[in-house]
Write a protein that binds this ligand. Structure first.
Ligand code: BG6
Ligand code: MG
Length: 218
């Protein structure tokens, strides 16, 4: 049987946590008198915690000390953790479990490829950790998306060549990372935003098993 590597981003693909990241960043930016738009937030999706704060400060034309920087990152994460504290499997996005189970039934290797350092506890909370053959997250990488590092490490962990990997992503940076890694990129979200992806679905309910089968056999 053909084997492909299926790599899933976490926030905004598996779970509905993108809204919590946005809210926590918005509150943090406001606390230092910076406002940012939905378009700017789109540029933070998929991007590491450090890089996100750097971008917000750049947009607000602010320079701060290293100490303040560390403290602000801590504050953002604290608020984010308070949002996800009560999370359960109700926050798994529609038909994610269906697709994961189909891939498992087809004996396809599955990895996480996320920028988040909170990935493992989140997958545990929503009871999905056992579905993954490999977990690659923000603790394993040194370069943020759009750098392909996270996906290349995931491919290696699955022992599948990058060109035989398929990436599911809700962020522009993540789609670019998958493309640079020479993988098939599947955008989950709006076509206008994710136009660089090879395919775009508004969510997994739109994805037929026959489409996944074609990916496995290509
Ligand atoms: C990505 C999110 O998955 O992880 C970003 O799209 C987030 O919004 C990044 O900044 C880092 O996450 P965390 O949980 O380590 O702060
Ligand atoms: Mg994401």
């Amino acid at each position: 049987m053909n084997k492909k590597g299926f790599i899933f981003d976490l926030d905004g693909v598996i779970v509905d946590t993108a809204k919590y990241h946005f809210l926590a960043w918005k509150n943090l930016a406001k606390s230092i008198d910076i406002d940012f738009t939905k378009e700017q937030n789109e540029q933070l999706k998929g991007v590491s915690r450090v890089k996100s704060l750097e971008k917000i400060l750049e947009w607000g034309n602010k320079t701060i000390s290293e100490e303040q920087f560390t403290s602000l990152m801590g504050k953002k994460n604290e608020e984010y953790l308070s949002f996800i504290a009560t999370m359960d499997d109700n926050e798994i996005l529609p038909d994610v479990s269906k697709v994961l189970n189909y891939l498992i039934a087809q004996k396809q290797p599955i990895s996480l490829g996320s920028a988040s350092k909170n990935a493992r506890p989140i997958l545990e909370k929503v009871n999905l950790l056992s579905k993954f053959d490999a977990i690659v997250d923000g603790n394993d990488v040194s370069k943020a998306k759009p750098d392909p590092e996270v996906f290349l490490i995931a491919a290696k962990a699955l022992n599948i060549k990058p060109e035989d990997c398929i990436v599911f992503e809700d962020s522009v940076a993540g789609v670019q990372a998958a493309n640079t890694a020479n993988m098939i990129s599947i955008g989950i979200g709006e076509k206008e935003v994710l136009h660089e992806a090879d395919y775009v679905f508004s969510d997994f309910t739109e994805m037929e098993n026959s489409f996944i089968e074609e990916l496995i056999n290509r």
